[in-house]
Design a protein around this ligand. Structure first.
Ligand code: KG4
Ligand code: ZN
Length: 344
């Protein structure tokens, strides 16, 4: 079955073709980073318009790279939520249009389910059941994954997501958008022990997170320092990153222990963070567990994870979806389960 995957939930237009017999055939991505950079964050209306401009040309590129015709597509999968309403609608409209024109089914995929299952695209593949840490710009969640569509929430952030904390802290250190990668680069040269930032909720006894206080504490320190020099900014970045990594790692290890599982899967944009990767790998080794990361290119938003999630969910036969379509800007993954649309 040949699946066309379309991702337009935020600021990346991603398209991919996945063949259930031979794997990922081609993918293409357009990042809107330059478009939004002057505004310091994603401008939803600009995002939607850019998806409109980019999506069909990217579909053509992917078909060309894979040497397939659009008529060869058996199933069109698109990100149905969560995300920016207008941006989601672009992907949903194109998917619905293609479905109607080709007389092929379309399926809506939960964006986080795409992230969650993307490590299964790499080698070695984790085996169910496992613990998943979802760390993106909008979410920070620990889930127990017993199989495709079988997700139980173990804990989540009470306020900011980890990626959001990276982005906001980067901005108050004078770094541009997107902040996470820029902050990580600055932190490489810094001393992570210089500033003792709080590790929020590290000893809370549950698997929830909170990052807004950490960001505020960096803000207070930056203000107290006046205009920190480059060295100090690098130390602030490294100390902040270390605090986040300490909390994420501690909760991951606690989740593995609580659920008596040995495998941890990390997904979402913050999964690209080198300090987090190094720390989780070291902790896992010490604890006799294994940690899996998606290939770096799959950590951030992309079409491949959407096509692949559809492959895992619907290889045995896609549920037909009517000509109408919906998007769900807010959508709870636990309730997404094996269904193609949320129960509201
Ligand atoms: O999963 P993703 O691409 O989009 C969402 O669905 O949110 O994640 C984007 C987030 C942003 O907050 C970005 O700053 C963060 O992932 N990020 C990083 C790194 N690369 C991306 N955060 C820390 N270190 C990185 N290397
Ligand atoms: Zn994402």
């Amino acid at each position: 079955m040949l699946i066309l995957g379309i991702e337009t939930s935020c600021d990346e237009t991603g398209v991919a073709l996945y063949d259930t017999a031979s794997g990922l055939l081609a993918e293409a991505l357009h990042s809107q980073v330059e478009l939004h950079a002057p505004y310091g964050g994603v401008v939803p209306e600009l995002a939607s318009r850019d998806h409109v401009r980019r999506l069909l040309p990217l579909v053509a590129i992917v078909l060309e790279r894979a040497q397939r015709r659009v008529e060869d597509v058996d199933l069109v999968a698109f990100t149905q939520g969560p995300g920016l309403g207008g941006a989601l609608l672009v992907g949903a409209s194109v998917a619905a249009g293609l479905g109607l024109a080709l007389d092929k089914p379309i399926v809506g995929i939960h964006h986080l389910e795409g992230h969650l299952l993307s490590p299964l695209l790499g080698e070695p593949r984790p085996a169910f059941p496992f613990i998943a840490l979802l760390v993106s710009g909008g979410h920070t969640q620990l889930m127990r994954v017993d199989g495709v569509g079988r997700y139980a929430m173990l804990g989540e952030t009470q306020d900011d997501a980890a990626g959001e904390a990276f982005d906001k802290t980067a901005s108050l250190l004078g770094l541009g958008y997107p902040g996470g990668p820029a902050l990580a680069r600055l932190a490489e040269a810094g001393d992570a022990k210089r500033f003792d930032f709080p590790r929020p909720m590290i000893a809370s006894g549950d698997l929830d997170f909170s990052f807004s206080g950490l960001k505020t504490s960096v803000l207070a320190r930056v203000r107290a320092l006046g205009a920190p020099d480059d060295r100090t900014r690098a130390d602030l970045a490294a100390s902040f990153e270390q605090a986040i990594v300490d909390v994420l790692a501690a909760k991951c290890m606690a989740a593995l222990e609580r659920e008596a599982l040995q495998e941890l899967v990390v997904a979402g944009g913050v999964g690209a963070n080198a300090r987090l990767r190094g720390r989780l790998e070291a902790d896992a080794k010490r604890g006799g567990t294994r940690v899996y990361f998606p290939p770096l290119a799959l950590c951030t938003d992309n079409g491949a994870m959407i096509a692949f999630a559809a492959a895992l969910k619907y290889a045995g036969g896609a549920p037909p979806m009517g000509a109408g379509f919906n998007v769900f800007p807010r959508w709870d993954l636990e309730r997404a389960g094996a269904q193609s649309t949320p129960r509201t």
